[in-house]
Design a binder for this molecule. Sequence first.
Ligand code: BF8
Length: 655
Amino acid sequence: MAEKEVKSIDPATLEMIEKAAQDGARVVFERAGTTRACPIGAEGNCCSICAMGPCRVAAPKGKEETAEERRKRVGVCGATPETISARNFVRKIAAGTASHGDHGRVMARFFLAVAKGEAPGYQIKDEQKLLQLALELGVTIGDRSNEEIAVDVAQLLMNEFGKQEGELLFLKRAPLKRQELWRKLGIAPRGIDIEVAEAMHRTHMGTDQDYRDLLNNGTKVALADGWGGSMIATDIQDVIFGTPAPLLSQINLGVLKEDEVNIIVHGHEPQLAEMMAVAANDPEMNKYAQSKGAKGINLAGMCCTANEMLMRHGVPIAGNFLQQELVMVTGAVEIMVVDVQCIMQGLVDTANCYHTKIITTDPRAKIQGATHMEFDEHHAMESAKAIIKVAVDNFVNRGQNVRIPKYKTDMIAGFSHETINYLLGGMFRASYRPLNDNIINGRIRGVAGVVGCNNPRVTHDNANLVMVKELIKNDVLVLQTGCMAMASGKAGLLVPEAAAEYAGEGLASVCETVGIPPVLHMGACIDNTRILMAATAMVKDGGLGDDISDLPVAGAAPEWMSEKAIAIGQYFVGSGVFTVFGVTWPTTGSKEVSDYLFKDFEEMYGGMWAFEPDPLKAARLMIEHIDKKRKALGIDKARERVLYDMEMRRELDSV
Ligand code: BF8
């Protein structure tokens, strides 16, 4: 585990940590200091899946183990450290896949309700994407209405969750070679739920006890996330709420307004947030706010719900994962509305130190001490207005202890896979060709996805910043989602001007020509599937090999904490991407398991895991991998020749 010297590199966060201490409010940064990480669990050496244990199977530190000692270092049932480590790892994948899958399932049900006209206030916003989906899934278009088509599409996508045999429909989106590999290895997922359920069975006491088999099955489960649950969620959300396109907004605690009713929306599923965005602009609601002495209603997001509202409405972001309690420490938040995932139970305790009300809205996620106001998508506007009314009524209870940090930064978000396609190729020749060409000629060295969470065990936002800056300095275009995209936003990397300041000459010249930042915000964590689609489009455009594993690309989650991050990492690895995680690694207790994930996986999948807590070293591993792929493609020489004379610049301008 990396040692942490400073809690955050974000001045707004540091200011609020200090205020929390003065106010006697507990926050995650303080709890991480008092509740230490369990060293045995952190290394994957604790088995708690039956009542004969929990069994700890950690190797003795500081001395060589004899063969006999090694033989005896097993659980009560005889499970080896490898089995225990692999089982724990696969259970994380299953939990992550279940979470994204459940999000996708709710979206599919919601889509059906919208198509049937049972969810007033919502409609199909991206007709083009709906029709593309219909074509892809073999749904008749003819002269049927969008709604009729959508009913069939929704039904087909809903079936993906409970499907018992065959293959997930979206696997066909992957490069052909990758599909064949999955089939050959027997890891093409059948349905989403069945893979999660089988993984829970395989990892039950006394079932699958070969770590290699467990880990390969883990890939199958993870693929059911990346090419299943998450991909379904992203596509449906685009159809109903619109496919994101670039827009300008702001990020950090400074987006709160002293003279307005501040509402924070936090979580992951965007149906309620979408309606909140509409209701917050309702003249009647604003008049009501004025009647209570506020100038208006200010909506801001937190975590991935924030990314969803940002990407489609430009709603500002108050902060990322580790700032969720700190936003209340400002003393200026009337309500925090939460749905599912990444919502700390500590919110209630922090809220009790201020006037903020925590409102849970999802039947699957209630919190003791919070107010539950269930969101009803059949009466969405009424639900949203009722919640906003609670906020307005609470405005009068705001005390004098208010301090909103001044920090907020401009950022551009909304880079969906479709948008990148369009920006690079233009409306009539939308394609990844210019990207591929610039990779081949060496102006862009490669592409990296830097995604995932914050973790209080390391300095907040720091690893992201060090890694991303090193990558762009070395001409690697960075794609981001989740809380890491927010970290870059706060640091000013999500604006086109960042290219001239931080990017290498080659990348900067391409960004300048196209007018994009060197770091592209692609959305929430489920939108990592946009990165899969971008990688697939690069393969299909030609010149960079015939599989994702041939591309000069890499992935990373330098500050990860969630089980969802492990599922995401495993589906990237299983799709052929080298993926490096920071902070801590859950199988360090077993050299065999770690070697299998870090080395043997490369032979099987062309992609593999790595663990490197130093973000600079991790960035260099990514660049090394990118260079290895460039060499294999025979384009390493092109890069050495890049000199940028006037002629080349003119040529670039004509792209
Ligand atoms: O799904 S990046 S802390 S908010 S898990 Fe959570 Fe991690 Fe943030 Fe979004 Ni993703």
